[in-house]
Design a protein around this ligand. Sequence first.
Ligand code: PHB
Length: 399
Amino acid sequence: MRRPTRSRYATVVAGLTAGVVLTACGGSGSLGGDDDEASNGAADDTSPVTVGLLVPTSGVYAPLGEDMQQGFELFLEQNDGQLGGRDVELEVIDEGETPDTGVPGAQRLIQQEVNAVVGIVNSGTALGVRDAFEEAQVPLIIANAGADDITGARSSDYVWRTSFSNGEVAAALGPRAAEDCESVFLAAADYAAGREATAGFERTFTEAGGTVAGSVYPPFGTTTNYQPFLAQMQQSGADCVYTFFAGAEAVAFTQQYASFGLKDSIQLYSSGFLTEGGVLQAAGEAATGVETSLHYTDQIDSPRNTEFVEAYRTAYDEAPTVYAVQAYDAAQALDQAFENGTSGPDVVEGLKAIDTIDSPRGEFGFNEGHGPDQTYYLRRVEQGEVGLVNVVVEELTTS
Ligand code: PHB
């Protein structure tokens, strides 16, 4: 995959950080809000900022991290390497697969007094770092991880999200699936995201009259053979299956679902991550006909999305994914927020003042818990002109 040509912003790879944070250049650290005159958010202050990008560059979610970095860098590329009129120093740290790597990665960025952090794929990591960001007063914009509590019971002024909540994506699909399916078998990766997604789906599917025939939770990050679970689905008598799998796990599950012979007999529904981006092309023909809910597909027919897809294709020679859009929109949010200053409290006030983000998914604003107020789509995998695509079937109503 091709990266855009280097712009004025600097990407710093984890580990090579000595002397990189730009406090010496007049940029404020983000802790405590005790800025000096030069960086207290005055309108003419254009001091540089350092942004930490915490995304997986290893493990089953590495392809998602690459998309997020590409989305974030595209916005910088389109804006002279600046956010809020300030030059940006970008420090990329590997989130890895689980909180065991993600939490220490976040702690390093906080210690380096970056002005804000963007990223985080894994819900467990998001839940594990939430308190540290609040205590250090460093703004975090989660550009994927969907842990429900992050914008619900455990919302914080210092934690924002441009992605989704796991329960909401899945709940949007339940009533629609119940129109065609009486009983469902639930299958999801065994960690916070999978558990929340199946709970969200089950709630609205059963409210709409459906029943649950069974459920399985294969271990996250280590399962490669889904056959024992597929046998249970077959024996359950369910007439549809709902899943949450993403990244490399999504490819393995979708391919084995088809080769086990279930593709044409039990309709497969999922949160859209199962069929997103490189994962979809890797799954190939096995994915055709799968129906998913998500807040984005590159097939959305709007001038804003067409312009974005073209720019992304020009930069990277591939179609954008939901992960790229979520990170692109995190850059848009920081672009507005840094107008208000660079200290943690100033950035938070700047985030609170945002009216709308002009996203390729459609304009959205932030809700009370600091998550996006957005539309979810029913998507179906079909053969497109160039490879497989997620066509928009209809908009889904959320509850
Ligand atoms: C999550 O852990 O919340 C998660 C991970 C990967 C996805 C979606 C959600 O694609």
